[in-house]
Design a protein around this ligand. Structure first.
Ligand code: AMP
Length: 179
């Protein structure tokens, strides 16, 4: 069936990568297969086609792939939320905590404007820190995150719960148990 289970069956789990204990949920098989790529994009397009969005923001780096295709299909523009130091123009920045240390994401200060309705896309929600930082960047520019969207949620890490508790609407296609 062409639904979330179909998507889930095509995600590859790579144990102990990039470090022991991590089960890496690899979406590259979804992207390389023309049938799964089409269903994947269509699941997002179907959900958002009547949402009166102004643009799509994607998070570095797999969120760029998904976000740009979804934006194109929705007849919208796309803006990248990048890791620190990559964007050439003036930026707003948000630092967030990783398991070890911190990370920073940035957005061009003219990427969106007050009142814009933005769809925020990444591939996966683990602790939720990346998506939370991305949402803050958009909101600091006065725009509204209509929904955060991802292919995969890892609910045991608590990120999706934290994001929803912060008031962000969140939509994930599939869940995986464990970390
Ligand atoms: P987090 O900020 O903890 O929610 O982590 C989400 C970001 O890290 C996403 O951009 C994912 O691409 C990446 N990520 C974290 N954990 C995994 C995992 N188990 N498999 C694949 N990607 C992951």
């Amino acid at each position: 069936m062409l639904d979330a289970d179909y998507i889930k069956r095509h995600i590859r789990t790579v144990p102990d990568w990039p470090e022991p204990g991590v089960q890496f949920r690899d979406i590259t098989p979804l992207l390389s297969n023309p049938r799964t790529l089409r269903v994947l994009i269509d699941l997002f397009v179907h959900r958002y086609m009547d949402s009166r969005l102004d643009l799509v923001a994607g998070i570095d780096a797999r969120g760029f792939i998904l976000g740009a295709i979804v934006a194109y299909e929705l007849n919208l523009g796309f803006v990248p939320i990048r890791k620190k130091g990559k964007l050439p123009f003036t930026t707003v920045a948000e630092e967030y905590e990783l398991e070890y240390g911190n990370a920073t994401v940035e957005l061009h200060s003219d990427a969106c404007k007050p009142g814009d309705r933005v769809l925020l896309i990444d591939d996966l929600i683990a602790t939720g820190g990346t998506m939370m930082a991305g949402a803050r960047l958009i909101e600091r520019l006065g725009a509204t995150v209509v929904e955060g969207a991802a292919i995969v949620d890892l609910p045991e890490l608590g990120g999706s719960r934290r994001l929803r508790e912060s008031g962000l609407a969140l939509h994930c296609l599939v869940q995986f148990d464990g970390v």
